[in-house]
Design a protein around this ligand. Structure first.
Ligand SMILES: NC(=O)C1=CN([C@@H]2O[C@H](COP(=O)(O)OP(=O)(O)OC[C@H]3O[C@@H](n4cnc5c(N)ncnc54)[C@H](OP(=O)(O)O)[C@@H]3O)[C@@H](O)[C@H]2O)[C@@H](O)CC1
Ligand SMILES: Nc1ncnc2c1ncn2[C@@H]1O[C@H](COP(=O)(O)OP(=O)(O)O)[C@@H](O)[C@H]1O
Ligand SMILES: [K+]
Length: 507
């Protein structure tokens, strides 16, 4: 699903009104009615206090439509107009009048701290103060109102965006921003819902299709793509009947050092679970017995050194090399890595210490085969590209890096981001149970396993990250987050492939 900027959304709005010949008031009614439907479906007429805070722009207009409909259906609604300016939007005014007329009541005006209503933890708050039109931080009593709502302990539903959150930049640390439990957002998700610095404000996000112009949405170049099941499924290539293991490629996993042989075992196992036809592991000789015992499906070749990689020589011709997990970064290993890079023509995936070696020996970056996949977590990224001011600056710097070295970069996190140099893909599967030792090793194995099956490296990265998260979600359902091991994520990959292709509607 495309993630658009506020400017693009406003353009989509305009084009929709023009092509459909409808007014902005009509479009607001359509969008806000969907918000009402979602609330009504869940509350089912419950006798609770609903407090709706409306700004004076169009987000406030949405809030007034929701208020009117809730009132019509017999809910206990109190409406507060947050009167931070005199510039009320036209559609706000239309709906202000309609609310007054149809409810026979006047919304309360909030203009200073003394006007703040009491909010009990059992209340249901609808935040319709600011949407994508926020253009400066909330200040003074307005900031205090946002904090007052946050401190109330009441459930808070944000309309389109949590108020105080910019659609396209990171708020300062002391900024007042609504911390919503749930956000019903219009047409496309906003990028700030997925960035580490801002994802905590929106709570659970649901996207409401308000029917903006299809052809505009189809052609517009998005800020990023959100990858869910529908998008991932389109990338999957079913197998032909008349095939053999040679068709699914040979994945060579290289890494490990004394005490860290488990990491390559995890990656290799995941590469096979992801469908690699063959898997070989190259490790220091201390890994031989361990690997042959823990993973009989893989072949093992060992370094002349017992404890670390010193000379990565094989007569194999792998389709992909998955390098770096548990490798350490001794001078000998760096030398061996350099030689490997100089001699390698196949695609590579570089993870963990492989990335750290690149960071400490930047001249190696130029040796990376084109379209290699790099899979850093944020600390490895910092070593690789240096620091950044905020998440937006980080994205720009990654874009420059990927263009310069012609690589694909997977930035791991609660929502992992895949950068191709041209586009950004944001993963929407996974859960906190995956924050467990070795789950990154499993991810590198999955992506390499897909690459060995001739998925384009970019496709392998996007699909691999999604399947990794989906597998993690299946694990979490079975085991709960705390008890999950990274090996479990690998072992549920089969269920993840099946779930990927399962038609939700037919169950
Ligand atoms: N296609 C769609 O997406 C659809 C969108 N729709 C809805 O419209 C919403 C966007 O509405 P919007 O453009 O009127 O902006 P909104 O967020 O209400 O606020 C703007 C007002 O806030 C003000 N202001 C800003 N910052 C401020 C501050 N810190 N402190 C004080 N004031 C501040 C600013 O004032 P100014 O800068 O002019 O002084 C202006 O008056 C969108 O989120 C969605 O809910 C749907 O109805 C239909 C389809
Ligand atoms: N809260 C979370 N939600 C979803 N995925 C997560 C979460 N925490 C971690 N992950 C995923 O788990 C993996 C952790 O990788 P990494 O930090 O390299 O771990 P390790 O070094 O132990 O292998 C990444 O793919 C990341 O996206
Ligand atoms: K809002």
């Amino acid at each position: 699903m495309k993630i658009l900027s506020a400017k693009q959304l406003k353009e989509a709005d305009e084009i929709t009104m023009e092509t459909e010949g409808i007014s902005s008031t009509r479009l607001m009614e359509r969008a806000a009615s969907l918000v009402f439907n979602e609330i009504h479906e869940r509350l089912e007429g419950a006798d609770i206090n609903i407090k709706i805070f409306c700004g004076i722009g169009n987000n406030g207009g949405d809030g007034l439509v929701v208020a009117r409909l809730l009132h019509k259906y017999g809910y206990k609604v109190e409406v507060y107009v947050v009167n931070y300016s005199d510039k009320r939007s036209d559609d706000f005014l239309v709906n202000y009048d309609r609310y007054k007329k149809e409810s026979n009541s006047w919304p309360e005006l909030v203009k200073r701290k003394e006007d703040f209503p009491e909010i009990s933890p059992g209340d249901f708050v609808v935040d319709a103060i600011f949407g994508i039109g926020l253009n400066r931080p909330a200040e003074g009593w307005l900031a205090e109102l946002l904090r007052h709502i946050n401190q109330s302990g009441a459930f808070c539903l944000a309309v389109d965006m949590p108020s105080g959150l910019f659609p396209d930049k990171v708020p300062t640390e002391d900024a007042a921003v609504i911390k919503a439990n749930y956000t019903l957002t219009f047409q496309t998700p906003k990028i700030v819902f997925y960035l580490p610095e801002t994802m905590g404000f929106a709570g659970e996000v649901q996207i409401l299709d308000i029917g903006l112009d299809r052809s505009f949405l189809k052609d517009v170049k998005p800020l990023a793509q959100l990858i869910g099941k529908r998008e991932a499924r389109q990338l999957y290539k079913p197998r032909n009947k008349n095939t053999h293991k040679g068709d699914y490629g040979h994945c060579l996993v290289v890494g490990g050092s004394f005490g860290k042989i488990g990491s390559i075992s995890l990656s290799a196992r995941a590469s096979l679970r992801a469908g690699a036809g063959l898997c070989s592991i190259f490790s220091p000789s201390c890994g031989y017995t361990i690997l042959q015992t823990t993973l009989p499906e893989a072949m093992v070749i060992t370094d002349e050194d017992a404890n670390e990689l010193t000379n990565i020589e094989t007569d194999l011709d792998p389709d992909v090399i998955c390098f770096g997990m548990g490798a350490g970064r001794s001078a000998n290993t760096v030398k061996a890595f350099k030689t490997l890079l100089e001699q390698t023509k196949s695609s590579m995936l570089i993870d963990a210490d492989g990335l750290n070696m690149l960071s400490e020996n930047k001249e190696l970056l130029a040796l990376l085969p084109k379209n290699s996949v790099l899979t850093p977590h944020p600390k490895e990224l910092k070593r690789l590209i240096g620091g950044w001011e905020d998440d937006f600056d980080k994205m720009k710097k990654i874009e420059t890096f990927t263009k310069k070295y012609k690589v694909i970069l997977v930035l791991k996190g609660a929502h992992s981001f895949v950068f191709s140099g041209k586009h950004i893909y944001i993963n929407n599967s996974g859960n906190p149970g995956m924050a467990t030792a070795g789950s990154g090793d499993v991810l590198s194995g999955i992506i390499a396993g897909l690459m060995s099956q001739k998925y384009e490296p970019l496709v392998a990265a996007i699909l691999g990250v999604y399947l990794h998260g989906l597998s993690g979600d299946i694990c979490a359902e079975k085991l709960g987050c705390e008890a999950m091991l990274s090996g479990d994520i690998s072992d549920e990959l089969g269920a993840a492939f099946l779930a990927l292709m399962k038609d939700e509607k037919r169950g």
